[in-house]
Design a protein around this ligand. Structure first.
Ligand code: RM4
Ligand code: MN
Ligand code: MN
Length: 398
């Protein structure tokens, strides 16, 4: 492909080589909305099936070698983590981030680490410590924390007291983490709590992470902001503070919709990647960011949805790499906002699909992973095997 003069093709292509995206085990399973769950014959039910599906995504895209796992969903009591890790290796992938689950058990009705009851707080803490132990056995280096803790009505909780409980818990878990691990602290302003959540935004996540210890960073889930929020500003700010740990990529129109990435606002994704690639350009090195997907749309076929998201991520990352930083600086120096914006828009409008197709072929990958996966017949084959084992109806809301 013919590239603009300011670009070094080798640098661009090798940066793409280093752009890896982790897919989530739960993105391959049947999920629903609070109104019900519609099953797909091909969707995975067991960790073995989830890993097999994730391996398909890696096989066709070449850039998804790791799989995030959710402890209670993927390592039920009695499961052998070492065997699961070996299964992953055999399939050509590895276990990535460990996600403890301190939100679904009945004991967490009134919260986990910010529960008033010290016994429940201890139990949640223990689960996180157990998750670290599982992570050690599967070779993970990321502990990804999200809490459903919050309150539903004004007056319900002592907000500052809860802040102290959260701080203590994160500190203890951080102290138990191996020295080469990173703790990721995820924020979310709503759901399931409707009035306040204990880690509502990036600033609170950043403060908690700093209190927890040097290896705790912020996790930005692109679906976890109030409408109109400037996510790329948050990203730039966290980068500058050396506090951006990773992403949970998904898209949304209204709330935490967990749609495939870029389906609603691809320009936002480009603007996020622009802030990252601009910082990398200035620093002359890659930023240590864990790029992960957190999507679970209940109707799109799971593997196709994942490949679509991964291809969208690569496309927008490549577009961001096209920005002419020198020309942009000159435009800024002249206060030429029209030119400055145009430089971003030009990069965004460039069709990088031919470049990516060439890039993939040079790496012995199919030029169009989605089409190649569709032609492979994998989905039909597993639907035949898995479908009959599923119960017929979805589950009801109430
Ligand atoms: C939350 C958040 C977490 C995910 C849970 C299930 O909204 O995105 O990352 O683990 O959902
Ligand atoms: Mn998330
Ligand atoms: Mn979410």
């Amino acid at each position: 492909m013919h590239l603009p003069r300011h670009l070094d093709e080798t640098a661009l292509v090798t940066r793409l080589d280093r752009f890896q995206i982790e897919t989530p085990s739960w993105g391959y399973a049947d999920t629903g909305t609070r109104f019900g769950k519609f099953l797909q014959d091909a969707a995975a039910s067991t960790i073995a099936e989830k890993l097999a599906d994730a391996a398909q995504v890696h096989r066709f895209t070449g850039c998804c070698p790791s799989v995030a796992v959710h402890v209670l969903w993927d390592f039920p009591a009695g499961a052998d983590p070492t065997a699961i890790a070996a299964q992953a290796t055999q399939l050509g992938v590895r276990i990535g981030a460990i996600n403890p689950n301190v939100f679904q058990d009945q004991c967490y009705k009134w919260g986990s680490v910010t529960n008033r009851d010290p016994a429940i707080r201890r139990r949640a803490l223990q689960h996180m410590l157990d998750s670290v132990a599982i992570g050690r056995r599967v070779g993970s280096q990321l502990l990804s924390l999200w809490f459903a803790d919050g309150t539903n009505y004004p007056g319900q909780g002592h907000i500052r007291q809860r802040k102290h409980w959260m701080t203590e818990a994160l500190r203890e878990v951080h102290a138990a983490m191996p020295s080469d691990w990173t703790m990721l602290v995820e924020y979310k302003p709503f759901e399931p709590a409707s009035y306040h959540t204990d880690i509502a935004d990036w600033g609170m996540a950043c403060a908690f992470a700093r209190h927890a210890g040097a290896r705790a960073k912020v996790l930005v889930d692109t679906g976890h902001h109030l409408l109109g929020c400037n996510i790329e500003h948050i990203v730039a700010f966290l980068i500058d503070e050396d506090m951006l740990g990773g992403f949970h990529f998904n898209d949304r129109k209204y709330a935490d919709d967990d749609l495939t990435m870029g389906s609603i606002d691809p320009y936002q994704l480009f603007r996020i990647f622009y802030e990252i690639t601009a910082a990398e350009h200035e620093r002359g090195q890659d930023l240590p960011i864990a790029y992960m997907v957190d999507q679970s749309h209940n109707l799109k076929p799971k593997i196709e949805a994942m490949i679509q998201t991964v291809m969208t991520a690569q496309e927008h990352f490549a577009k961001a790499l096209l920005v002419d930083h020198g020309a942009l600086q000159q435009a800024r120096d002249r206060d030429d906002l029209v030119m400055a914006e145009s430089l971003l828009r030009d990069a965004y409008a460039t069709d990088v699909r031919p470049l990516l197709a060439e890039f993939r072929q040079s790496r012995k990958l199919p030029p169009d992973p989605l089409q190649a996966f569709r032609e492979s017949g994998y989905a039909a084959r597993v639907a035949k095997e898995r479908g009959p084992r599923k119960q017929s109806g979805g589950q009801s809301y109430a």
